[in-house]
Design a protein around this ligand. Structure first.
Ligand code: GCW
Length: 671
């Protein structure tokens, strides 16, 4: 039915009548200065109207909301609020008395802050919390990366086609773009890269720029800037030049002219995201130039307009015999200090590729003179697609709180990313979007939580994943603690469950070739060695794991002292990253006394049992959820349990084919 479909479409912006006692507290009036022209403030006003009308059921008596900036609103100015530490995008929500009446004020230094404050006020009312809040983002560029192709297919997308309807743009702007912008603005996401990093030069042609400009027009009132992935060889493909060498003056001139053209149609264009010399993409190395040469050439073209370059560090070469986990560091670290001021180097959370669990990328902390942007994958390429319930807030938070020790204890990844460790003002966090044309946007209700968690952690990288989970569950379903608490527990446990049934104890990259769904640890005959699961697990009759100590690839040597020392010995590495850093005999004794083999099998069993537990728990939560969202989630959990067994049974059978061992006592035989 219609209401149920709306429930899944509306994400966490489900504005529903509050419990009777709370309705009277919903403001009944919203005031902006009559001369207000900032589209973001007007969007904030409209959002408040919409939310208040729905939440109060027409009964709102909680006074007036006044919103604006001291610069444009006389009423806000008169309050003489201290907004000093809030920057361009922070906000203050405060209850004050004016003229003897209580007023809720949403104030900020700029329109974006007013908009974010309005969403914060709505969120607090929905959650039944006191409305006052003061907050500013710790990270400046909080962006989604769409791996969306111009034919509307989405690389690693599991939620339908691209939402960007390139064919009908710019003539028709799908109203859905507005809802996309509202959802992002509610989290503080302030930019989006529209097209795949595996970019086609076409996206930089005039017709496509007109389409991107139309999208930018829709997103602008919500504080979002549009960026594009740029194909490095575009001067050849579009410009007819013979080279894309970044030191060639004709190439530089081509990019300058292209940037000027873009800014004529998108005056607030954010800049370029670039995947260069990675997985077959063209780049400066094709001409014997460095990554810095390539990035700086684009940065120079964007600089007069205020744009930025996000240059990815996701590089590895099949011809390079070095451990894949080491290659990005080897290539980028020596270039620290060579990048132009408007370049950020964008680094994935771990050194391989969005695995269920990886240690933090060794570049964090290792390039103090370069702003490092953190790239997470919100779409679950290696994590069960949109079928498995895996809450990524915990994965994100685990990376962010990891200590790089770059400047002594407390040098967490979050402090590298928010710029506080090395004093950078230009900072960023990117999430590879999981959004598509599916009615529920992300392919499943719980995948909406991963978009939500990315946005909240990009705003505050030190936020608690559990708090974010509980908040999301409250907004998306119900704030009833009998629901929100068990759901937050389930979400928090879901990431470790997936690690356990897919790649326990620090194993990685054992998924099926190409599509990356399901187990294939036995594959060892792919042409590129580092695409083979066998490259990663290195298992044989005697043992398993990748020796990355000084006796092996010495990837541990890329980490700062205390982190390197911790990863150098199995005893101090801990079980999460054990087989990532160590090759160990099957009989290796684990801290509890069990052997590695027994522990490994028990982890698979534990993962399967956890998913069975999630199903049982979800069954008990049926009274709290509408039928459509409840049953889709229940269906997917059933598939997840089947696939968890598949992972366990196939993986354990394969390891046994190598080591010839029996199952440890108590471990169930495969069905
Ligand atoms: O995770 C891998 C994916 C590729 C992706 C690449 C990248 C966009 O398998 O599909 O390409 O990483 O991040 O560039």
């Amino acid at each position: 039915d219609r209401a149920a479909a709306e429930d899944s479409y509306e994400l966490w912006l489900r504005y529903r009548p509050l419990p009777a006692a709370a309705r009277a507290g919903v403001p009944g009036a919203v005031a902006v200065d009559p001369a207000e022209r900032d589209a973001r403030v007007l969007a904030a006003r409209d959002e408040l109207f919409r939310a208040f009308a729905a939440m109060s059921g027409g009964m709102g008596g909680g006074g007036e909301v006044v919103l604006g900036t001291p610069a444009t609103s006389a009423r806000v100015r008169a309050l003489r609020l201290d907004l000093g530490d809030l920057g361009d995008e922070g906000y203050l929500v405060r209850r004050v008395m004016t003229g003897g009446r209580p007023v809720t004020v949403v104030a900020a230094n700029g329109g974006a802050g007013v908009l974010y404050g309005a969403f914060a006020l709505i969120r607090r009312l929905q959650l039944g919390r006191p409305v006052e809040e003061r907050s500013a983002p710790k990270v400046r560029l909080r962006v989604l990366n769409h791996w969306d192709n111009l034919d509307r297919s989405v690389e690693r997308g599991y939620a339908g086609q691209s939402i960007w309807d390139w064919w009908r743009l710019p003539g028709h702007k799908d109203p859905r773009y507005v809802d996309y912008a509202r959802a992002n603005a509610s989290l503080g996401i302030n930019g989006t890269i529209l097209n795949n990093v595996n970019a086609k030069a076409d996206s930089l042609t005039a017709p496509y720029l007109a389409k991107a400009a139309a999208v930018a027009d829709v997103l602008r009132p919500y504080g979002m800037k549009v960026y594009l992935s740029a194909r490095f060889s575009a001067p050849i493909e579009l410009g007819g030049l013979e080279t894309a060498d970044p030191l060639d003056p004709s190439v530089q001139a081509w990019w300058r002219a292209k940037a000027d053209e873009i800014y004529r149609v998108i005056p607030d264009f954010g800049g370029f995201l670039v995947k260069a010399n990675s997985e077959g993409q063209p780049g400066p190395r094709d001409y014997g130039r460095s990554h810095a040469d390539g990035a700086n050439m684009l940065a120079e073209a964007l600089r007069p307009h205020g744009g930025a370059v996000m240059w990815r560090a996701f590089v590895y070469q099949e011809t390079d015999p070095e451990d894949r986990a080491k290659q990005a560091y080897t290539e980028f670290k020596p270039q620290d200090g060579r990048f132009a001021p408007n370049v950020l180097v964008q680094v994935k959370n771990g050194p391989i590729d969005f695995q269920p669990r990886e240690p933090f990328h060794p570049l964090f902390g290792a390039m103090p003179r370069t702003p490092l942007m953190l790239e997470f994958q919100i779409t679950k390429e290696y994590l069960g697609f949109a079928t498995h319930l895996v809450y990524l807030g915990e994965l994100f938070a685990e990376t962010l709180r990891s200590d790089t020790y770059a400047r002594g204890p407390g040098s967490t990844v979050s402090r590298v990313v928010d710029g506080s460790l090395d004093g950078h003002r230009l900072t960023g966090m990117a999430g590879v979007a999981n959004i598509g044309s599916d009615r529920d946007w992300t392919g499943s209700t719980f995948d909406q939580a991963n978009w939500y968690a990315f946005g909240r952690l990009a705003w505050d990288p030190d936020a608690s994943a559990r708090t974010v989970a509980a908040e999301w569950a409250g907004l998306t379903f119900t704030t009833d603690p009998a629901f929100a608490r068990p759901v937050a527990d389930l979400m928090m446990a879901s990431r470790q469950a997936m690690v356990d049934y897919m790649t326990p104890l620090g194993l990685a990259h054992l998924m099926g070739t190409g599509h990356h769904h399901g187990p294939a640890p036995w594959v060892s005959d792919l042409a590129r060695p580092e695409w083979n699961p066998a490259y990663y697990h290195r298992a044989d009759a005697r043992g398993i794991g990748f020796d990355r100590t000084s006796k092996g690839s010495n990837a541990v040597g890329q980490y700062a002292g205390p982190a390197a020392r911790r990863f150098a010995r199995p005893e101090t590495t801990g079980e999460d990253h054990l087989l990532w850093f160590h090759h160990l005999p099957w009989d290796h004794r684990m801290p509890g006394g069990a052997t590695l083999w027994e522990t490994l099998v028990r982890r698979y069993d534990r993962g399967v049992a956890a998913v069975a537990g999630f199903r049982a728990r979800w069954a008990g939560l049926r009274p709290f959820v509408d039928a459509e969202r409840w049953s889709k989630t229940a269906d997917l959990l059933k598939v997840q349990e089947e696939e968890a067994r598949w992972w366990r049974d196939a993986s354990v059978a394969y390891w046994r084919s190598l080591n010839g061992r029996a199952l440890p006592p108590g471990s169930p035989e495969p069905a």
